[in-house]
Write a protein that binds this ligand. Structure first.
Ligand code: G4P
Length: 524
């Protein structure tokens, strides 16, 4: 039973630079899965640039992101869990954490713009865990870059080998379709016809039928291309894909629902079922009888009067049962979840049981934090939800001394949700909030006021990076801390952090203290 449920599951995320087509592709996938009936049902969770300081927009975004956090659907007997990631780069940290809960990703690339900066950053996170990646090169109905150049760019900028599994026949206005190298069939493009039925089988690329279908010159170009691809790229290896060493590539046009079914069919075939995961103590296999899981995301309730939160738990092994007592490893105590929720497309429903690869939403009143592990008694904590050094730092200034408690509580809870990172300086207890994008400061200020009644302002700080520090030599570490006391802070978990003011200064300090390790992520 457990094995069958595991074999059925594919848990993945779609990543892209904003505007490459993630929302559109998500929607088309859900249409195929029958999870939604019509186009336009999936809201983009990105905040448009012009709405940068529009709080309604931020609140709306929060609402959308809860609704679309996890979209479950069935396709060809497979249960697919699609985890949404925020579209706005200021929320990148949230995306990084979500990527710890997936088993593979689909990366959308705009064929006109090629590999963009956010895609590169996200790929780095995938690489940290060797997450298998499938590329979908989108917007073939536009005049894009040459497909060979695009592939080279992916290999170069994302440092991963590629293997095309489909190939476009022309592009832009003259785009005719794609040849599916994976199952050797031809799919013709008709922009006007939004719903496409399956491909035309062309086992032999020399079949004269091809000339009739796409015209002689397109046909001969395709034959040339296919020959070249088969010659240049090694045969697709599923093993290498699963090891994160090679990314299969598909071409299509999400908005025209073109090439999406081919992507999905192949995904269902090759994407990994729930993979084993490592705790501090051992590797846990999904097939193990006993339940384990971890919290990768916490979402505050939209109603400011109620401080309920939803903790998103990725199930890693065994069967999750509602109402059962589970062990909360960090607090070393039992918790009972009587109101767990499963996610199917945009509906939420109470769940009685869930399996590895599934995500359950748990209503929490403040017991759970991001990174928490739940088990049936085992003590090891799941690894792999690191914090990354923020990019922008500001000191928190309390504006209402009578509301100090509320401010502290609000800050603590927002940090637990992962909105930003808090560093407390050892000297003087100054509190510094670090974020990836400036938008978060506005979110924090707004939510502190509306949900906690606290007011604060932020004063800019001249900081370059937060570096988590460690050393094998305790004495040297203590000497370092003593000599740099003014620059030492603690993160939310009490880990020691060196707050570097500039890149060059950090370089100098690194040279002067060779026994100290400086890390840009909290896990090393
Ligand atoms: P994102 O979630 O990655 O940010 O991208 P999203 O799906 O919102 O797509 C960004 C824009 O690209 C949208 O246009 C969308 O319609 C368009 N798009 C998606 N796929 C294709 C495609 O295959 N071909 C072409 N030509 N365009 C595509 P928009 O104008 O920003 O929004 P909308 O008003 O069309 O929704």
């Amino acid at each position: 039973m457990l094995e069958q449920e595991i074999a059925k599951r594919r848990t993945f995320g779609i990543i892209s630079h904003p505007d490459a087509g993630k929302t559109t592709l998500t929607e088309k996938l859900l249409l195929f899965g029958g999870a939604i009936q019509k186009a336009g049902a999936v809201k983009s969770n990105k905040i448009k640039d012009h709405a940068k300081s529009d709080f309604m927009e931020i609140e709306k975004q929060r609402g959308i992101s809860v609704a679309t956090s996890v979209m479950g659907f069935n396709y060809n007997g497979v249960k697919i869990n699609l985890l949404d990631t925020p579209g706005h780069q200021d929320f990148a940290e949230d995306t990084y954490r979500t990527l710890t809960a997936v088993d593979s990703v689909v990366m959308v690339i705009d064929c006109v713009k090629g590999v963009e900066i956010q895609t590169e950053k996200l790929m780095e996170v995938c690489r940290m865990r060797n997450t298998p990646v499938i590329c979908f090169i989108n917007k073939l109905d536009r005049e894009g870059q040459d497909p060979y150049d695009l592939l080279d760019e992916v290999e170069e900028k994302l440092s991963i080998k590629v293997r095309p599994l489909s190939w476009p026949i022309s592009m832009g206005k003259t785009f005719r379709g794609v040849y599916n190298l994976y199952n050797k069939s031809l799919v013709l493009f008709e922009a006007s016809k939004r719903e496409l039925t399956g491909g035309i089988d062309i086992e032999d690329i020399n079949d004269p039928e091809l000339d009739k279908l796409v015209g002689e010159s397109n046909a001969s170009q395709l034959r040339e291309d296919v020959e070249l691809i088969e010659g240049v790229y090694p045969e697709f290896s599923n093993e290498d894909y699963l090891a994160g060493k090679v990314a299969p590539v598909f071409f299509g046009s999400a908005v025209n629902n073109f090439g999406v079914r081919e992507l999905l069919d192949c995904f269902v075939d090759i994407a990994p079922t729930p993979v084993p995961r490592e705790t501090e103590e051992r590797m846990i296999l999904p097939e193990e009888e006993k339940f384990t899981g971890f919290v990768f995301k916490i979402h505050a309730n939209m109603d400011p009067k109620h401080r309920n939160r939803i903790a998103f738990v990725r199930i890693c092994s065994g069967k999750f049962e509602r109402g059962k007592n589970y062990h909360h490893v960090r607090d070393d105590k039992k918790i009972r979840f009587s109101n767990a929720t499963a996610f199917m497309a945009q509906d939420r429903e109470t769940v009685e049981e869930a399996w590895p690869g599934d995500i359950v939403g748990i209503f929490d009143t403040g017991n759970l934090k991001i990174g928490d592990t739940l088990t049936e008694g085992e003590k090891g904590v799941y690894k792999g939800i690191p914090s990354f050094s923020p990019e922008i730092f500001k000191e928190v200034i309390n504006k209402d001394a009578l509301k100090t408690k509320q401010l502290d509580k609000g800050l603590k809870q927002l940090m637990e949700e992962g909105v930003a990172q808090l560093f407390t300086f050892e000297l003087g207890s100054r509190k510094v909030v670090g974020v990836v994008g400036a938008l978060q400061f506005e979110v924090i200020q707004h939510r502190l006021k509306h949900e906690y009644g606290a007011s604060c302002s932020f004063s800019p700080m001249n900081l370059y990076k937060a570096c988590w520090i460690a050393s094998d030599d305790k004495k040297k570490l203590n000497e370092f801390i003593a000599s740099k006391q003014r620059h030492i802070a603690k993160d939310k978990d009490g880990k020691l952090v060196f707050m570097a003011e500039s890149r060059s200064w950090l370089g100098m300090v690194q040279d002067n203290f060779p026994d100290i390790d400086f890390h840009f992520t909290s896990e090393f």
